[in-house]
Write a protein that binds this ligand. Structure first.
Ligand code: MRU
Length: 356
């Protein structure tokens, strides 16, 4: 594991430990999260971020909300869990893993509450479900890495955008997983990391974790991606996703769409790596995906220094949608969906036990 991004510390009365990602790469500090408001705040501030990690954080957040004295009724514990889930659902809108994890937690709580009046049993069920979500994410990252590594040959160079690595998941990451697995297979893979304006997840997080892992990494600003592809330096693009519609339209960090267009123009394959929990089977295409808009200060005075005139109007969408036609393949834990279509995505969801 490159880094321990998020973990539950202790037993039923425990709490969450996560890497405070806003301080990277200058400081590597752990944040102890002990309440639902603190978890909502951590997700909003991007102390924990990346779709799968947000899902795990939300599941743990529900457990924090359900904690309390023993001897409560099942209804009491369930109600506190459901209230926590509602609060956590308002933290960030785009990554569907958040809502997927919350739904799993709600269902686990309701099932346990139907089995009997014992509140402690409901709590135990919630605790176990959060642990399962965390554990499964690790296994899924490994499988994505295995399938994705088959797309990479010794000596190749990958371009990535944002951070879809260990810091965005409970393990190897999604887009970086194939690179970690290929490296373990003794293939030499080099990475170009887009800086990723405005919050610099590529510079601060991807470059940091790749250096930690001993993988060759070259940092570029977002506007340089076209140039390095034109120069023939890039063999494939690997990115993650925050939400994928049923037709294979991919929503990911702002700037991903530009990278996909540039990849197509330059004949470079564009792969998206994501677990099935990142698919939103309720959306026929990407046009209905809610796109988070963040504070203008991220653009005008990111990291404390003003770089735009006061009073200028700012537009700051945090994500964009890459149409399925630009996607060479989506690497999931059940295999690669090549040239995604609705039928192929639905088949993959069925293969993974998710109804389409
Ligand atoms: O705003 P962020 O940092 O949460 O955005 C993260 C991304 O866009 C990632 O690429 C995506 O969540 C996939 S992480 C495996």
């Amino acid at each position: 594991v490159p880094v321990e991004t998020i973990a539950w510390q202790g037993g039923h009365a425990g709490h969450v430990r996560l890497i405070e990602q806003t301080l990277l790469p200058l400081r590597h500090e752990v944040l102890e999260v002990k309440s639902v408001p603190a978890m909502v705040d951590a997700i909003k501030r991007l102390a924990v971020r990346g779709a799968p990690a947000i899902g795990v954080a939300a599941a743990f957040g529900v457990v924090l909300g359900a904690q309390g004295r023993t001897g409560r009724t099942a209804r009491e514990v369930l109600d506190s869990a459901l209230a926590a889930a509602d609060e956590l659902a308002r933290s960030r809108p785009t990554a569907v893993n958040l809502f997927w994890a919350l739904e799993r937690m709600r269902a686990a709580g309701r099932r346990a509450a139907e089995r009997g009046p014992d509140g402690d049993a409901v709590f135990a069920a919630l605790f176990d479900e959060s642990a399962a979500i965390h554990r499964e994410d690790r296994e899924i990252c490994r499988r994505i890495g295995q399938f994705g590594a088959e797309l990479l040959r010794d000596g190749q160079t990958v371009l990535t955008h944002c951070n879809a690595g260990g810091l965005a998941t409970a393990d190897y990451g999604t887009a970086l997983a194939p690179i970690y697995v290929a490296s373990e297979q003794k293939k030499r893979i080099a990475v170009y990391a887009d800086e990723t304006r405005p919050l610099l997840q590529g510079a601060r997080l991807t470059a940091w974790e790749l250096l930690q892992a001993g993988i060759e990494c070259t940092l570029i600003t977002d506007g340089m991606a076209g140039r390095v592809m034109f120069e023939g330096k890039i063999d494939a693009v690997f990115v993650g996703a925050d939400r994928i519609a049923r037709n294979g339209d991919v929503c990911n960090k702002i700037g991903t769409y530009s990278v996909a267009v540039l990849a197509r123009e330059n004949g470079v394959p564009f792969y998206c790596c994501a677990p099935l929990s990142t698919f939103d089977p309720t959306l026929a295409d990407g046009s209905q995906i809610p796109i988070e808009e963040r504070a203008p200060e991220e653009v005008t005075e990111g990291f404390g220094r003003r770089t735009a005139p006061p009073g200028v109007r700012v537009y700051n969408p945090a994500f964009d949608v890459t149409p399925a036609r630009l996607v060479s393949g989506i690497v999931t834990e059940v295999g690669v969906i090549e040239a995604p279509t609705t039928a192929k995505v639905e088949a993959a969801l069925r293969a993974g036990g998710r109804s389409a």
